[in-house]
Design a protein around this ligand. Sequence first.
Ligand code: NAD
Ligand code: TYD
Length: 374
Amino acid sequence: MLVQLPITNYQLSITIMTNYRKPRKVLVTGGAGFIGSNFVYHWCKHYPGDRLVVLDALTYAGNRQNLAELEGKANFRFVKGDICDRPLVQQLLQEEEIDTIAHFAAESHVDRSILGPDAFIQTNVVGTFTLLESFRQRWEIEGKSTDYRFLHVSTDEVYGSLKPDDPPFSETTPYAPNSPYSASKAGSDHLARAYYHTYGMPTIVTNCSNNYGPYHYPEKLIPLMCINILLGKPLPVYGDGQNIRDWLYVEDHCRALDVVIHTGEPGETYNIGGNNEVKNIDLVYQLCALMDELAPELPVRPAKKLITFVKDRPGHDRRYAIDATKIKTELGWTPQQTLEGGLRRTVEWYLSNRDWWQPLLSPEYQSYYGQVYS
Ligand code: NAD
Ligand code: TYD
């Protein structure tokens, strides 16, 4: 027989205490970019009581449209500004009483770092330093609270390139960055780590594999291929197309960052990856097949006829692969999206969001491509 006992005040307060989560005041740098905007949507959906402030310089890769659904929401604020601007960063941290930084802002494209590395050193190294130093000041004034978090979002590219039989990158793999982009990210990773070891500031570094999904700027492989297929333009595959990347759907990355902010250990680093190693040429074939299936009108069909092998990228890393055992065993995160399912969702997104990507194909964008292939 089931006996219904009255809930005591003690039981009620235990329930409330165990479910209670102190709202955070989060500064998201680079929140108008690809991963940052996906993260902002993730956070707003799961923690509507948190304050969210986006700081973004709106470079060519930043797009206010990415955050359109949040404009006017009470707990959301967008600030156009540079992470290198120390007075601005300090003022924002103070007036918004920020206790958590999710740091995405970066120059993020390897090809651009080869053409012009200056901006990569400035934003990725000097900008990260500026944020760390400003956050340290605030954290110290606030009594070095253990609730504070500085999440530095980084890449697996800091580990360099794997040979075919090498094991995937783990958190103990030595750094060996090969491009100006990965070298600048490596420098910023070391700064974040040093702020924990020197000052005890609660920083955490995550190193993630290649992301894909909605709002991905069309200079990167997957969105570029989707859009070129729709426009009937050549699909430029660098070198022999045998380079391998380990793909992760962006939503899975955002879930991992959420888990790291809430349960990760300060001072630690966590590798994040989807266990999806694929050769570039095979990925392009997959995208072509999906477009053939899903796009009613294509200028060229089958889309694979557009594949064009072009000059290789200088210093092109051959293979990346992530061992995500640590975040799985210690924090319980695993990816949920299969590569096949994620690519399908992505292709569908680019098919139904022409208004998002068409304005991006600007003269600046075209002239950039002129330089990559010259
Ligand atoms: P992105 O290029 O799409 O977005 C970068 C954002 O940062 C843009 O909105 C841009 O306007 C902003 N920004 C650039 N310089 C700035 C500055 N000085 N001040 C303020 N804002 C500035 O990049 P993404 O692909 O979303 O990557 C986000 C982060 O994740 C980066 O730190 C990148 O290194 C890391 N990461 C990316 C991937 C990937 O596959 N895309 C994988 C692992 C890690
Ligand atoms: P990219 O999306 O630029 O990411 P990353 O260089 O950070 O891994 O490139 C992914 C892979 O695709 C990389 O091996 C380079 C290759 N690639 C092409 O073959 N053609 C292209 O037009 C682009 C942009 C990339």
